[in-house]
Design a protein around this ligand. Structure first.
Ligand SMILES: [Fe+2]
Length: 211
């Protein structure tokens, strides 16, 4: 098994190479994010490297109708992935978590983001939690946010531009294939959630879930 470069461009290869070097140099998430930030900013400042096939919005997707989650890269251990989330105008994601450190940056368009916090850590089998909305942000091209779970880990985004928005997700897991959660703050409901990717299958696992 080798790393999968689905978007096999020199820009992605060089970015991932730098990220892996940084990650192997420290266990501190804060130090990793600080070192990765300038490289991530450079990716968002270059409008041309992402091929058209990873900018499309399909009819159906795990994140919701018309929302695409294109896997660009993942490693073999499930400890690093890069993907492009494409949301049509007005499309909104469910409120969801990510369960890994990461950086999410806006590459195209504009989004509004709502960030939530759970009253207590949400375990794999939890089906209820009290969620509080802790902040709202407007994201333009080049803005990004950090995930340092549990800080910043639960959110939803909506596209506010007339064109689809594309956000780049660099995460310390295989985010499309792991089981995570969606949330309904009005009822406190928590549901198991696996978003999948629009261009890659996930291995089946034996985990029981009720979705
Ligand atoms: Fe997200």
């Amino acid at each position: 098994m080798t790393d999968e470069f689905i978007c096999n461009t020199s820009e992605v290869r060089s970015f991932i190479g730098m990220v892996k070097e940084i990650v192997s140099g420290t266990d501190s998430v804060e130090t990793r994010l600080t070192a990765i930030r300038p490289h991530f900013s450079r990716m968002m400042a270059d409008p041309d490297w992402l091929p058209a096939e990873f900018r499309r919005t399909p009819e159906a997707g795990g994140m919701g109708k018309g929302i695409a989650n294109w896997l660009l890269y993942r490693d073999t251990e499930g400890t690093l992935s890069l993907c492009a989330l494409v949301l049509p105008p007005g499309a909104v994601t469910p409120i969801h978590d990510h369960l890994a450190w990461g950086l999410v940056g806006l590459y195209v368009g504009e989004q509004d983001e709502e960030i939530y916090e759970a009253a207590t850590p949400v375990g794999p089998d939890d089906r209820h939690t009290n969620l509080t909305l802790v902040s709202k942000k407007h994201l333009n091209v080049g803005s990004f946010y950090e995930l340092i779970p549990p800080k910043g880990d639960i959110h939803r985004v909506v596209t506010t531009s007339d064109e689809p928005s594309i956000s780049l997700h660099l995460l310390g897991n295989d985010v499309g294939c792991i089981w995570r959660h969606t949330f309904v703050p009005e009822t406190g409901a928590v549901a198991p959630f696996r978003s999948g990717y629009s261009n890659k299958e996930c291995e089946n696992d034996n985990r029981n879930h009720d979705s």
